[in-house]
Write a protein that binds this ligand. Structure first.
Ligand code: C2E
Ligand code: CA
Ligand code: CA
Length: 476
């Protein structure tokens, strides 16, 4: 018996007529469920699932070899997670009730949406915790600035619950990919640590310094590769000029470490140094940096560029062995101690770090200028500066970079300059990113400047070249 195609086709059409609306309903339902699964029911913002999906889309491009980090070293640049936690929210819940708390959270959600900008995805992770994903690549200082704007928007007031005006403040932790992590999980974890720090220190905003944890397989591989990197010529130094604020004249270079990783492209110190600092590897690494930097400075001198060189020294190598390494670097290159600046972070000087203080005393007695790096970022009491023979303070760049936009930052910068001068120290501002900031710092009497607006860190050859072309040509 032949198939009656007309009957079949009619039956199929009839079935379709019956099924199609059902399908449409199912698709709509599915979409609704999918949307519900990604939405926070209270505020209507996206939830953690939505954040993960949105982050995956923008972070996908970072996984492969060749990190987008700038080889010349402007720090990490990528999508960022800003994790916001309201301060004192529990009090609102406890005193005014959960309804009031919910009202407030909804208003905060609307405010954040209104100010977060086009390239931002605002989500609520639960409780009084919100996460903002910046999808377009940013530097850490741009992300911090963004976070400060969010806090300023919350601080602007206008929140009410049960007809009571409420003042809102919050703390934000910032994590920028790829330095602080390449997955949303890593970024959230690092942002959470930074947020905790921001709360603890009452700083408002804190940025995660990038770090790989050695406990992970990734960390162990990195350590193993880093061990070989010195012998295989994968490490290099870039140099960033420091100039006199008044005249713009070159006063020296700061040496900054780079690693040409075999698969991940050029890595910034934040991506591998914290790891090295937790192992004995930091000692040979410090030796390599000191010998290389001083040799380079001596080479420049032979080429006519007579300048000082600054090297960063991790807190973990402030031990008597450092003195030997320094002597070796000076002796091998007949380099004067007065022209080798050692930069030590403020946190290395904690009151209990007696050995570190003794090493600084010894270095200083030997004639090396010691500079306190990232000043203002740590929690050292000013009293700990007393009796330490340091030569200069370097204002932490988080205050300098945003000082034109953030009055608090400007006030802190001005106070550090004043404090440094009262203590008879030279004050250096780093993270100078605009001519406007240069002018302001000059007006404030800051001594030396360093930052992208003057020059990014460059190779040794480029540094020499730039100096040659800036030098007035001698008269014939
Ligand atoms: P640092 O000592 O505060 O060095 C300055 C950092 O700021 C450098 O980052 C530099 O590239 C960046 N920078 C310079 N100008 C600007 C600016 O205008 N805006 C912004 N946003 N950033 C600017 P880098 O090279 O990634 O180094 C990060 C940190 O790693 C250094 O911070 C220093 O603490 C550490 N480090 C670098 N090289 C070494 C080293 O050889 N040994 C040790 N122990 N630490 C190092
Ligand atoms: Ca430094
Ligand atoms: Ca610094």
């Amino acid at each position: 018996m032949g198939i009656d195609w007309i009957t079949v086709a009619t039956a199929a059409a009839a079935a379709l007529v019956l099924v199609a609306p059902l399908l449409a309903v199912m698709v709509r339902q599915h979409r609704r469920h999918a949307r519900a699964a990604r939405t926070d029911p209270l505020t209507g913002l996206g939830n953690r699932t939505l954040l993960a999906q949105a982050a995956e889309r923008v972070l996908g491009g970072l996984a492969g070899p060749g990190s987008p980090a700038d080889p010349h070293g402007d720090g990490t640049r990528g999508p960022a997670v800003l994790l916001l936690d309201l301060d004192g929210f529990k009090d609102v819940n406890d005193t005014l009730g959960h309804h009031a708390g919910d009202e407030l959270l909804t208003q905060v959600a609307r405010r954040l949406e209104a100010v977060a900008g086009a390239d931002a995805v605002v989500t609520r992770l639960g409780g009084d915790e919100f996460a903002v994903l910046l999808t377009a690549p940013v530097t850490t200082s741009q992300a911090v600035l963004h976070a400060k704007r969010l806090l300023a928007a919350l601080g602007a007031g206008g929140f009410t619950a049960r007809d009571i005006d409420l003042d809102i403040a919050g703390s934000i932790g910032v994590a920028v990919a790829p330095g602080a992590g390449r997955t949303v999980g890593d970024l959230l974890r690092r942002a959470d640590q930074a947020m905790y720090e921001a709360k603890r220190s009452r700083a408002g905003v804190c940025a995660a310094t990038a770090a790989l944890v050695p406990e992970t397989a990734d960390g162990l591989t990195t350590l193993a590769l880093l061990r070989g990197a010195m012998e295989h010529g994968q490490l290099s130094l870039v140099y960033q000029p420091v100039v006199e604020a008044g005249t713009g004249q070159l006063v020296g270079f700061e040496a900054l470490l780079r690693w040409q990783h075999p698969t991940r492209g050029v890595l910034l110190p934040a991506e591998f140094l914290p790891l090295a600092e937790r192992t004995s590897l930091i000692r040979p690494l410090t030796r390599w940096v000191l010998l290389t930097a001083v040799r380079q400075a001596a080479d420049w001198r032979r080429a006519g560029l007579d300048t000082s060189i600054a090297v960063n020294v991790s807190a973990s190598v402030l031990e008597p062995g450092l003195l030997g390494i320094v002597e070796e670097a000076l002796a091998l290159n007949s380099w004067p101690a007065e022209q080798l600046v050692l930069e030590v972070t403020e946190s290395a000087l904690a009151a209990d770090a007696q050995e570190a203080r003794e090493v600084i005393l010894a270095l200083s007695a030997r004639g090396l200028p010691v500079s306190i790096d990232d000043f203002g970022a740590g929690y050292t009491s000013l009293g700990q500066l007393r009796g330490l023979p340091v030569r200069q303070l370097k204002i932490d760049r988080q205050f300098v970079t945003c000082m034109l936009e953030a009055p608090d930052d400007a006030a802190i910068t001005a106070s550090i300059i004043d404090l440094g001068h009262r203590l008879g120290l030279r004050v250096v501002a780093e993270g100078v990113e605009s001519p406007g900031t240069t002018d302001r710092l000059r007006d404030l009497g800051c001594d030396h400047l360093q930052g992208f607006s003057i020059s990014r860190p460059v190779s040794a050859a480029a540094a020499l070249e730039a100096w040659r072309s800036a030098r007035p040509t001698p008269l014939p």
